[in-house]
Design a binder for this molecule. Structure first.
Ligand SMILES: [Zn+2]
Length: 290
């Protein structure tokens, strides 16, 4: 069964800006190696450094999850497997726990048991269960069962030095905390001050989805965020600059007018309403979580 995405469009948001790096950035795993290093960065087929949307999403999600844990009334499984709830239980007992209205778990965290439960369920039964049980961060960022409401586009490089750098590292022995003799490696980085074009889309958010998204954005606005690898050396410290927010909200009496504008224009800026004060918007959405 493909992932469920059940509703029509009711609202849509675009968060657009630049991700500006204070320190150098290493997003590894590249297949195009133009510098003969042990650890090349990822590049587009044209050879430009970029940040895969999945890397940005991963950093954004784990940052939001860490903070969501501390917010009263919110649930997050942090994608950590729930081994306790079902330990030593028979299949029937596991199914009974899943059916129990008061049981507190996220289906993502108990995926083995949940896969058994959903075998002979209808799509409606599955949706009802997921709406009830998925944690707040799986609802927003997606789970093996339900599509993500938030989409992070690949980030194209804008301003940058035009050349990458190779840095040396040493392999540290974890026991002695000393560098192991001759165990050196090198890695490629995009030099400090590079900026990438950022686009995040959010579809049909409920107030919690929106609040959590704004918590993530606010961390990235505060220069508290790190992206990519080798963070222990301070790499990947970045902030969002020039944030713009665009909104399509069809849950108003202006529905037809807004829908027409959305359907007949091509640029996001023309299709949707501009939120005039992004900082105030973000603050309001976060406050609404409490
Ligand atoms: Zn979850």
């Amino acid at each position: 069964m493909s992932k469920l995405n059940k509703r029509g469009l009711t609202s849509k948001y675009l968060f657009k800006g630049r991700l500006k790096f204070k320190t150098a950035l290493h997003v590894g795993g590249g297949k195009i190696n133009v510098t003969n290093t042990d650890n090349p960065i990822v590049r587009t087929p044209e050879g430009f450094p970029f940040i895969p949307g999945s890397s940005f999403k991963g950093a954004f999600r784990s940052m939001v999850e860490k903070l969501a844990v501390s917010i009263p009334g919110l649930r997050t499984c942090q994608l950590i497997e729930d081994e306790e709830s079902f330990k030593g239980k028979s299949d029937e007992e596991c199914l009974r726990i899943i059916e129990n209205k008061d049981a507190d778990y996220c289906p993502t965290a108990i995926h083995k048991e949940f896969a058994k439960w959903k075998q002979n369920k209808t799509e409606t039964e599955l949706i009802t269960m997921l709406e009830d049980k998925l944690c707040n961060t799986c609802t927003l960022f997606g789970s093996p069962y339900m599509a993500s409401k938030i989409t992070f586009h690949d980030l194209k490089i804008g301003d940058w030095a035009g050349v990458t750098q190779i840095r040396d590292g040493v392999v540290i022995d974890r026991d002695s905390e000393r560098a192991k003799d001759r165990l050196k490696y090198d890695f490629e980085v995009v030099p400090p001050d590079a900026a990438f074009d950022m686009e995040i889309w959010l579809e049909n958010p409920n107030p919690t989805d929106m609040g959590l998204t704004c918590i993530g954005l606010n961390e990235f606005l505060s220069e508290m965020a790190y992206l990519g690898g080798i963070k222990s050396r301070g790499l990947g410290n970045c902030r969002i600059k020039d944030l713009e927010i665009y909104e399509l909200n069809l849950e108003t009496d202006k529905k037809e007018e807004r829908l027409m504008k959305y359907l007949t224009h091509t640029k996001p800026e023309d299709k949707m309403e501009n939120i005039s004060d992004p900082s105030h918007f973000i603050q309001t959405q976060i406050e609404a979580l409490f």
